[in-house]
Design a protein around this ligand. Structure first.
Ligand SMILES: *Cc1c(COP(=O)(O)O)cnc(C)c1O
Length: 420
């Protein structure tokens, strides 16, 4: 098969091709495969930030809060809701994913008094695991965390999660919907159903799902969710995160961090805390307005492109990447650390190799390909269909083959740099 001609053909008839031009791409020869860690800068975000600086902060000063800034967390949350299959008043932008996760874990456990089991996963994103451990320590009330483990292929079967739920004791089931290492997707409907049947709440971390796959929070009757905006939403480094609470749960749950932005009648400046109605109660302090406003451009682009179209292209692209892997990388002993079934896989593909870290380094420094590395041996290749082309994938895989064939990675040390 002529892989290169195939890539050219798919690019030529790609209905999303025009969206690449929405992004700042200074060097077309550098192939960026890390949009799942930090998405690219949308051109329209430059204009948004220019306006925020010059016209809003610069001219309107503190009046900006009353004119547009106070509404921004709910307004942008309402747009993100459309990517989550949720109602606009069920999503708000605030804080980081870590902090939102802490708030909703604490709120969920308080809503299930007497129940002491938390079900999570050994392969969860580290911050989620750390926060769960910290919550158990803070509460000091006998909570135990049951962490389900993956099979050899890195995937946790749905039944393993369901079997781990103790119907008499489970308070909360929390998983990262699309796994940050393997890209495997959990069955949201089946696991939400099982958690609720047992009387538990379910909290999904959507950081690697939002903007890459369609999500159906309402259809699945999901209780709670959090997620990042700087990955597939292209919100910018450290952009604030979002949280979702199903409408009928909002009044029942309490934010454990009672800040003045979650206060009813905030500017009455009363002494006693009383939670605001709706999602506003999950705010804490003054939002980082410049970072918050920067999110909107990337979200708008995704809404214009259509998440179903993004998903269709993502599947075609990960399939193409895996076909190239079979032809070119497998013979060098590289293993596939992502599901082969496209329906069970998000928008990144992980490859396993004992020298993964050094291969990552050689790709970045010698080959102008930017994937990332996740221990112990995962070379993670993120595909962002809004700006990744099939030709990008062809060229990246060809360069990877060269790194392996010519052992170009051997000149790099085995030690890990601070950031990978
Ligand atoms: C990226 C990511 C985070 C990041 O959390 P921050 O608080 O923004 O650092 C959290 N959870 C998951 C699953 C992630 O992929």
């Amino acid at each position: 098969m002529d892989f290169e001609a195939y890539a050219r053909e798919l690019d030529a008839r790609d209905p999303l091709a025009k969206f690449r031009d929405e992004f700042v791409i200074d060097d077309a020869d550098t192939i960026y495969l890390d949009g799942n860690s930090l998405g690219r800068l949308p051109k329209r975000t430059r204009a948004i930030l220019h306006d925020a600086l010059e016209n809003q902060w610069g001219e309107r000063l503190v009046r900006g809060w009353g004119e547009s800034w106070m509404d921004a967390p709910a307004r942008i949350g309402g747009k993100i809701a459309r990517l989550l299959g949720a109602q606009p008043d069920e999503v708000i932008v605030a804080d980081s994913t870590s902090i939102n996760f802490f708030k909703l874990v604490m709120a969920a456990l308080a809503a299930r008094p007497g129940r002491k089991q938390i079900v999570s996963e050994i392969i969860n994103f580290p911050t989620d695991s750390y926060i769960l451990q910290g919550v158990a320590r803070i509460l000091d009330d006998g909570h135990s965390i049951t962490n389900v483990a993956p099979q050899d292929d890195g995937v946790v079967p749905t039944q393993t999660v369901i079997d781990a739920i103790d119907a008499a004791h489970c308070a909360l089931v929390t998983l990262t919907h699309t796994s940050f290492k393997s890209g495997a997707i959990y069955d949201m409907q089946a696991i939400t159903d099982a958690a609720q049947r047992a009387g538990a709440l379910v909290l999904w971390d959507l950081s690697h799902s939002v903007g890459s796959i369609p999500i159906h929070l309402n259809d699945c009757n999901a209780d709670l969710a959090v997620g990042c905006t700087y990955k597939y939403l292209n919100g910018g480094p450290g952009a604030p995160a979002f949280l979702y609470v199903r409408r009928d749960l909002q009044a029942q749950l309490q934010n454990p961090i009672q800040g003045w932005f979650g206060q009813k009648n905030q500017f009455a400046m009363e002494f006693e805390y009383a939670p605001a109605p709706g999602m506003a109660r999950f705010l804490v302090g003054t939002p980082p307005m410049l970072s918050l406003l920067a999110i909107e451009g990337g979200v708008d682009i995704l809404l214009e492109a259509g998440i179903e179209n993004v998903r269709a292209k993502s599947i075609a692209q990960t399939e193409y990447m895996i076909a190239l892997y079979d032809a070119w990388l497998k013979p060098f002993g590289v293993t596939l650390h992502s599901p082969r079934d496209a329906n069970a896989r998000g928008s990144h593909v992980s490859f396993g190799h004992p020298d993964g870290l050094r291969i990552d380094r050689a790709l970045i420094e010698d080959m102008r390909v930017i994937p990332d590395f996740r221990p112990p041996d995962n070379l993670r290749c993120g595909i962002a269909p809004l700006y990744t082309t099939f030709t990008d994938i062809y060229r990246a895989m060809e360069r990877m083959r060269r790194v392996l064939d010519e052992k170009l990675y051997e000149k790099y040390p085995k030690a890990r740099p601070v950031v990978t």
